[in-house]
Design a protein around this ligand. Structure first.
Ligand SMILES: Cc1cc2nc3c(=O)[nH]c(=O)nc-3n(C[C@H](O)[C@H](O)[C@H](O)COP(=O)(O)OP(=O)(O)OC[C@H]3O[C@@H](n4cnc5c(N)ncnc54)[C@H](O)[C@@H]3O)c2cc1C
Length: 397
């Protein structure tokens, strides 16, 4: 049986690996001339790492990644810690998998290496897909150059602007959320004493926030999210572009020296428009299915978009193994409640991170939670258990 996977992002590559593990032949069809990711970091939470463990990739990822010691919320200007909860080895003990920070290129290399090892011809590059045709026997991906590739099923892992989702559900219109994200990585050697703490840190301010963390390769990662009108129009469909240091410094003027130093010492500052879309009302059409951002794109404020794509990839492979092609019809029911809940939580975080009233309310709740922790009541400090303890590899399908 052969699976056509449209898109060589994290969701597409993980789908290929999960299907290979179940004995499928796979073809990953990618529009770009190379499989790459923006030069930025990514947080891999324990729920995503469970899948990496099942694929046997956890050791390679751990070797290339950084393990944060804590998760922190700070005031963006003073740097004062509002809340800090320990991570490190405690995550492994609590959830059976670690919480890691890794450079996206390193993660992609590990996934690609595993794919090449098992299926050296699995990837077709420079191959934009414009849709699919199917009948009772097979499904064909239709490419922009007029050629076709045939398979038994087709997985649309082609991101927020998915052509496969559009064919399944009708025209899709991602909405600009009114936020842009600045992204940069900076070498720790350049930062010296101004390096950010070895934690997953969220620095909150009015109408903006920053996220800092360390990567496994001697780099620090900076994300700065700012509410703005840009871009009203995306005529050229380009949602990211290189900005200037001056612009980022203007956005974060008066912020803590660690933030200013990250901005100042970065050699490139990428600017991303953050788009959102309601989850697609259905994900499947005969032999075709969508997953990852194609099915449920979300704001990055829970650091869970890729984690959800990774979970989807594992689940779809199990459903296919249990129910053959009919399994595709079940992906939606297995995943919609969870992915929608995460999407909602990400939206709520935007209000929390960007609104000083919400922040001070949270500060009170957080100090109560910390007090609870020290009095032995762990319940209020485990607010993210529902995300991190969800282990798709430990379920029956
Ligand atoms: C600032 C920021 C920070 C983030 N941080 C985190 C984090 O810490 N943790 C986390 O889990 N998530 C994070 N995310 C979210 C995460 O990056 C995405 O959810 C994830 O990459 C989605 O993966 P995907 O494979 O579904 O889609 P994509 O990564 O969008 O991949 C889609 C692929 O399909 C290809 N493609 C598209 N159309 C076609 C076509 N017609 N034909 C052929 N190929 C096509 C594209 O070229 C691309 O390679 C963050 C996002 C942002 C913006």
């Amino acid at each position: 049986m052969k699976a056509l996977i449209i898109g060589g992002g994290i969701g597409g590559l993980c789908s290929a690996l999960c299907l290979l593990a179940k004995g499928w032949h796979v073809k990953v069809i990618e529009q770009a001339s190379a499989i790459t990711q923006i030069g930025a970091g990514i947080q891999l939470s324990p729920n995503a790492m469970q899948v990496m463990q099942a694929l046997g990739l956890d050791e390679a990822i751990k070797a290339a990644a950084f393990r944060p010691v804590a998760s922190q919320m700070r005031d963006g200007m003073s740097g004062k810690v509002i809340m800090s909860s320990p991570m490190g080895r405690q995550m492994q003990r609590r959830y059976g998998a670690p919480y890691l920070h890794i450079h996206r290129a390193a993660l992609i290399n590990i996934l690609l290496h595993a794919l090449n090892e098992h299926s050296p011809d699995a990837i077709a590059l420079n191959a934009p897909v414009i849709g699919y045709d199917q009948d009772d026997q097979s499904i064909k991906a239709k490419l922009a150059d007029g050629s076709e590739i045939a398979g038994d099923i087709l997985i649309g892992a082609d991101g927020i602007k998915s052509v496969i989702a559009a064919q399944i559900c009708g025209p899709i219109q991602p909405q600009f959320t009114g936020n842009i994200a600045w992204r940069a990585t900076v070498s720790l050697a350049r930062l010296g004493r101004d390096a950010p703490p070895p934690a997953a840190s969220i620095w909150m301010g009015q109408g903006k926030h920053a996220v800092t963390y360390l990567l496994g390769n001697g780099l620090a990662n900076f994300v700065g999210v700012v509410e703005t009108d840009w871009p009203q129009e995306t005529e050229d469909d380009n949602w990211h572009q290189q900005g200037s240091k001056k612009e980022v410094l203007a956005d974060f003027a008066d912020w803590h020296p660690i933030i200013l130093s990250l901005i100042d010492k970065a050699t490139a500052h990428f600017k991303w428009a953050l788009y959102d879309r309601a989850p697609m009302p259905h994900w499947h059409d005969g032999r075709a299915v969508i997953l990852g951002d194609a099915a449920h794109a979300m704001l990055p404020f829970m650091a869970q978009g890729a984690a959800m794509a990774i979970e989807d990839s594992y689940v779809v492979a199990q459903l296919l193994a249990a129910y053959q092609i009919q399994g595709l019809a079940q992906l939606y029911n297995h995943r919609i409640a969870r992915t929608s809940k995460v999407q909602k939580a990400a939206n709520a975080n935007m209000r929390l991170f960007h609104n000083q009233d919400e922040t001070s309310r949270f500060r009170k709740q957080a100090s109560m939670a910390i007090a609870d922790k020290f009095s032995g009541n762990k319940a209020s400090t485990m607010a993210l258990d529902w995300i991190y303890s969800h282990d798709v590899t430990a379920r029956d399908y």
